[in-house]
Design a protein around this ligand. Structure first.
Ligand code: HEM
Length: 270
C-alpha cells in the first residue's frame, strides 16, 4: 500500500477516468460511482451546489435579457420615451405574473450568492475526490479562476443599483407623471437625472460604477454561461461548442448594451 501513488484512493471512488478534449487542452475526468455519491457527502453536496448555481445563474441570464430590453426604452428621447418607460415600469411592478418573476429573481440572486460563497469555501478545503482534474492551465482561463471575486464585484454593483432605483421606486417618494389623467411614478426622470451631470454632481462616478460593474459581469458570464450548461449535464460533441460560442457572445453583447445606457444618458445630457 505504501508504494502506491498518492492518487490511488481515487480509484476506489470513481467508476471511470477518461481523457476528454476541452477547449485547447485535455481534461482528466472522473465519473463518480453510486457508492461514491452516497458515501461522500462533500462531493454530493458540491455537485448539488454546482447544479443550483447553474440553475439560478441561467435563470438570472434570462432576467438580464428582459431587463435590458425594457431599459433600451431609456434611449427614446423626450415625452415619448418618458411615457413608454413609465408605463413599462408600472406594468413591471403591478402585473401579477411579472411580480412572481420578480420574487423568483430576488430568490435566485440570494441563492446564487449564498451558494457561491459556500461552494468557494468548500472548494478551498481538501476534497477527497476531484470532479475534474485539469492537465495544466491551458483550459482554466482568468475568468473561471476568479468567479468568486467577479461575483462579489457584481454584488457590490447590485446593492448600489438597487438602492439607486429599485428602493426609490418601491419605498421612497417619487416624482409623478400624469398620463391620460392617471398619476404614474416618473422612474424615467429619476434614471435620467441620476446620470445627468447638471443635476447629480456624482454622475461621472455613477457612470464609472455602472461601466465597471458591467465589465465584471462580462468576465463572470464569459465563463459562467457555458459552465452553467455543463454543470447541468448538457454535454455534446457539437452543441457544447455552440453553447460556448453563444456564452461568449452573450458575455460581450449584454454587458456592453447595459453599459451603453448610462454612457449615452451622461453624454447626451452633459
Ligand atoms: C444601465 C443599466 C441598468 C439600468 C439603467 C437599470 C435600471 C433599473 C431600474 C430603473 C430598476 C427599478 C425597476 C423597478 O423596480 O420597477 C431596476 C431594477 C433592477 N435591476 Fe437594473 N438596471 C441596469 C442594469 C442592471 C444589471 C446589470 C442588473 C444585474 C446584474 C440589474 C438588476 C436589477 C434587479 C435585480 C432589479 C430589481 C428587479 C425587480 O424588482 O424585479 N440591473 N433596474
Amino acid at each position: 500500500m505504501q508504494d502506491l501513488p498518492p492518487f490511488f484512493p481515487l480509484l476506489w471512488k470513481v467508476r471511470s477516468f477518461h481523457l476528454v478534449t476541452h477547449g485547447r487542452g485535455l481534461i482528466f475526468e472522473a465519473t463518480p460511482t453510486a457508492y461514491d455519491m452516497s458515501s461522500s457527502g462533500i462531493l454530493k453536496s458540491s455537485l448539488a451546489k454546482k447544479y443550483a448555481m447553474a440553475l439560478t445563474g441561467l435563470f438570472l441570464c434570462s432576467f438580464l435579457v428582459g431587463h435590458l430590453l425594457g431599459n433600451l426604452q431609456l434611449f427614446i428621447p423626450g415625452e415619448e420615451g418618458r411615457i413608454a418607460f413609465n408605463e413599462y415600469a408600472l406594468f413591471m411592478t403591478t402585473f401579477p405574473v411579472v411580480k412572481i418573476l420578480s420574487y423568483l429573481t430576488y430568490a435566485s440572486v440570494l441563492f446564487h450568492v449564498v451558494d457561491g460563497i459556500a461552494l468557494t469555501l468548500q472548494n478551498r478545503k481538501a476534497r477527497p475526490v476531484r470532479y475534474a482534474v485539469e492537465k495544466g492551465s491551458a483550459n482554466s482561463g482568468w475568468s473561471s479562476r476568479n468567479m468568486g471575486i467577479l461575483g462579489t464585484l457584481i454584488l457590490v454593483f447590485l446593492v448600489t443599483h438597487m438602492q439607486n432605483f429599485w428602493w426609490k421606486m418601491h419605498f421612497s417618494e417619487m416624482p409623478m407623471h400624469e398620463i391620460n389623467g392617471e398619476q404614474l411614478k416618473d422612474l424615467y426622470t429619476v434614471v435620467l437625472d441620476y446620470f445627468n451631470p447638471a443635476i447629480n454632481s456624482f454622475a461621472a462616478v455613477a457612470v464609472a460604477v455602472y461601466v465597471a460593474g458591467m465589465a465584471a459581469m462580462g468576465f463572470h458570464l464569459w465563463h459562467g454561461f457555458a459552465s452553467g450548461f455543463q454543470s447541468m449535464g448538457v454535454r455534446h460533441e457539437t452543441y457544447t461548442r455552440w453553447i460556448e460560442a453563444a456564452g461568449k457572445a452573450f458575455a460581450l453583447i449584454v454587458p456592453l448594451a447595459f453599459a451603453s445606457i448610462p454612457l449615452y444618458l451622461y453624454m447626451t445630457q452633459a
